[in-house]
Each structure stands twice: as C-alpha cells, then as structure tokens.
Design a binder for this molecule. Structure first.
Ligand code: SF4
Ligand code: SF4
Length: 293
C-alpha cells in the first residue's frame, strides 16, 4: 500500500487543488481519499459532496464538572488549574469547558469531592462519503475543541481498514497546513510526502519545517512548486532542494482557472483539463502513479 500525503508548511499553496486533481486522474488505481484538515475541511466542497453515507460523533474530550451542592467555594481548584480553565465570579468557580483539558488536578485538590471528570464529550464528527473517484473520509472538529490530530488518525485508520478489506489499494491524504497535531497525524505511517511550496521566502521557510518533520518520520519527500512562474529565479528554493537531495516533481504555473474551478466546485483537471496548471498536474500524477501499489 502507498499512503501519500500532500503537505505544506503554509496554507493556501494549492494542496487541495493538487489532491483533488490527482484523485481524479488516478481514480483507476483504487485510491481512498482522506481530508486531513479537521479544523477546516474543504475537499468535500471541491468534490461537491453534499450528503454523507455515514456520520459518527467523535467523543474523546473530558472536562471537569462542579457539583455546586458540594462546593464550598474555597477556590483551591482555580488556584490549581494551570490551564486557567476555571473562572471565578463573586467567589463562585465555574469551568471554561472549551479550555479544560480534563487533567483532573482540580478534582484531586477539591476538599469536598465536588468535582467529577465527565468523559466522552463531543469534540467533532467523522464523515464517510463517496466521490466519483473513490471512497472519501472527512472530519470536522467542533468549535474550540482539542484532539484534531486524533480525529485525523481516526480518519486514516478508516482508510487503512478499506485497504485491508480490499476496497482500495492506496491512500492519498490532503494534510492541514503547518506542522501541528493534524500534520503529524497525517504524516505518521505515510510512505511518501508531496511537499507543496511557492517560490517565496516565507513559503520556503514553512517548507523546511514540514520537510524536517517528514524526515523525522523517515518519509520519502518530493517537492511541488506552485505558481513557480511568479518568481522563477528564486535560487534559495533550488539551493535547499539540491542541498537536501530532494527532487522537484512538478512546477505548476499560476493559472486563473484554479480559482474558477473552486468556485464551480470541481477538481481543476475536470473543470479545465487543458489549462496550464492542469497540464503540469497530469505530469505530477504520472509521477505519483509510479509510487502506487
Ligand atoms: S480538569 Fe484540569 S484543566 Fe480542567 S479545570 Fe480541572 S485542573 Fe483545569
Ligand atoms: S476546590 Fe472544590 S470546593 Fe473548592 S471551589 Fe473548587 S469545586 Fe468548590
């Protein structure tokens, strides 16, 4: 099985455009598609998926709850909480549920056993859908909730089960931006990473961070440069690539049809198969094809 992650240190560099178009072009290769951005999922919009085959609540969060019939307002809990998840008004404590980590320290210090830890609080949803190109799993983190990385791991586990069941042979993950929990979850256990970068200093700086993270997981990485013609002489990027023995597997030109395809809720290569960006994505897909099982 190949598990290929499309990642970038910086948001808005074209990961979802690339993921959706590769999914279209390699649909005969039995690929399962994972939207690895639980905080801002968007692949379902590009795939125009409006209904889900299944949706399950994701309950991982624990939070403290105060039994006010037992509380003697000593505020030891507030003093103990290092997360500042307990506020006080008129001498009465209350829990800030969106901040509480459920660590239980307040429960330990409470002299009157007034605090309990409530488990299995709703923190998001995992959704399974169908696209024309393969099975699709997405998720959405509830506002202010933690555990986005665990959500992405759960999504990937669903896709891996599809591989075991013979439904698919390969997985493609559209990672979140940055190097946070969701990206760590996306990269963990992956076989290859396509790192998308733009020819700018800030994008290169972010590329380095996600590359070093991929290195930590010993994942073979390749580079895709998006909007490369906006700064084709950006030598720092080429220096970094050659110093680290990386390979640029695609240079996608700036192309106004990318934004148009998003507005029409269509993968770029379907919206305009002959646009300049589409042509390069065809080449990148041919390369990705060589990595698949
Ligand atoms: S469970 Fe932990 S984070 Fe939550 S209020 Fe208590 S001490 Fe603070
Ligand atoms: S430590 Fe217990 S008794 Fe004291 S204020 Fe907190 S909940 Fe109330």
């Amino acid at each position: 099985m190949a598990e290929i992650v499309i990642a970038s240190g910086k948001g808005g560099v074209g990961k979802s455009t690339l993921t959706s178009s590769i999914s279209v072009l390699l649909q005969d290769r039995k690929i399962g598609i994972v939207d690895g951005d639980a905080e801002a999922p968007n692949l379902h919009i590009i795939f125009d998926v409006n209904t889900w085959e299944s949706e399950v609540e994701y309950r991982e969060k624990s939070i403290a709850e105060i039994d006010y019939s037992k509380c003697i307002n000593c505020l030891l809990c507030k003093e103990t909480c290092t997360y500042e998840a307990i506020r006080e008004k008129d001498g009465i404590p209350s829990i800030k549920g969106y901040v509480c980590e459920g660590c239980g320290a307040c429960k330990v210090v409470c002299p009157n056993d007034a605090i309990s830890i409530q488990k299995n609080i709703l923190s998001g949803w995992i959704r399974i859908g169908k696209t024309k190109y393969g099975p699709f799993v997405s998720s959405e983190l509830d506002v202010g909730q933690p555990n986005s990385g665990k959500l992405v791991t759960s999504e990937k586990n669903i896709a891996r089960k599809w591989v075991i069941d013979g439904l698919i042979k390969n997985i493609i993950v559209d990672s979140a931006a940055g190097i946070g929990c969701q990206v760590i979850a996306s990269l963990s256990g992956a076989t290859h990473a396509l790192l998308v970068v733009e020819p700018t200093k800030s994008s290169l700086s972010d590329l380095k961070r996600v590359y070093y993270l991929a290195q930590h997981f010993r994942i073979k990485s390749f580079v895709v440069v998006n909007r490369y013609n906006l700064n084709p002489d950006f030598s720092e990027l080429h220096d970094f690539v050659s110093e680290n023995g990386l390979e640029i597997v695609g240079k996608i030109p700036y192309d106004k049809t990318v934004a148009e395809s998003m507005a029409k809720r269509k993968p770029l290569v379907e919206y305009d198969p002959h646009s300049p960006a589409s042509k390069t994505i065809h080449e990148i897909s041919s390369f990705v094809d060589t990595l698949l099982s």
